[in-house]
Design a protein around this ligand. Sequence first.
Ligand code: GDP
Ligand code: MN
Length: 398
Amino acid sequence: MKIHEYQARQLLADAGIPVPAGSMVETVSDAVAEAERLFTGGETLVVTKAQVHAGGRGKAGFVKLIQSMEEAKEAAEFMLGNRMVSVQTGPEGIEVKRLLVAAGVDIEKEFYLAVTLDRTTGVNTLIASAEGGVEIETVAHENPDAIVRQHIDPLTGLEGFQARALAKRLGFTGRQIGQAASIMVKLAKLYEDLDASMVEINPLILTPPSDDAPEGRVMAIDAKFSFDDNALFRQPRLQAMQDPAEENPSEVRAEEAGLSYVALDGNIGCLVNGAGLAMSTMDIVKLHGGEPANFLDVGGSASKEAVTEAFRIILGDGRVQGVLVNIFGGIMKCDTIANAIVEAAKEVGFEVPLVVRLEGTNVDAARDILEAAKKDIPTMQTAEDLADAAGKVCTAVA
Ligand code: GDP
Ligand code: MN
């Protein structure tokens, strides 16, 4: 699960990490009122930012620095009235329903800071770079030496001396070191406490010297957090932050039906029981030259209703040009699946080729059900084994 920047900023501020003040708004008039409040409070620069779960907003024109009420109105009208197309959204773009209107800051230098799991070592790791503001993937590609890493001991957490050493390596000096190190330690703790899978501040900034901060101030002006869905049950604060409008609608429906579903980019819809079998099914589809449209594990003992809902979700995806059903009946009974296929055929209809491979508990009953339904489901083929099934569905969509 992901949250919006304005929500992540709230979490940062509550953890004691400096963030400019701001508010989330949903209308142009509220955006203008919020900008007015900030200007009246003495701010000379305000920033309006689209709140969507995709990055690359700056380059897409959905982060705007404003200095007047007219500009505030213009920026809000543009962002709420246009879909945002960025490198992370695909050409159709995404709708913007919320904005953050926040105090703008002058920037001396931009840095990158994140905590995530290093999967090769299995250790949470702080990742930082003095080349902030740009995507970390670009830095990793063009200048990998500019990225510094610190493993975080699971027992002690990130320690002060480690954070200070890292801050120095990034080029912070004098009082800046303590500020940057404190942010790193707090961010690492936040990551741990919230069961996050990724917390990213990009950019972390240093402000230019001023009278009350002669060495500048270190603060966060953008934040992107994602969390482990499996730990959400013990994170009520995060549950309340979930924005269904930003989630994939099929994934939301699947979650409600108790199905484990992840949308992918291909055109072969897969319905499988068991996560391991689902993964090997995707592998064998790819081996035969096909591209799965989804990962779908209906679970060990799904009801006919849940399986029928699974077919509705798969067939509701306009990109699906063929469906592969691969069931190994253990606790799950093959005839339950066969009945769900018949039900889905009646209700939504299989306009696209359907290949079914069933094995295990009640398979004979299932075969009888499918045999009897064949005349009503002309696009259905049955398969002998998994390789045969993958071959048939890939041929059918080719
Ligand atoms: P992203 O493009 O979606 O990652 O959005 P960001 O919030 O990171 O903004 C993109 C860029 O806009 C930043 O890297 C900054 O260079 C600039 N920016 C954002 N907020 C401010 C601000 O308050 N003041 C100034 N001077 N620049 C800002
Ligand atoms: Mn950013």
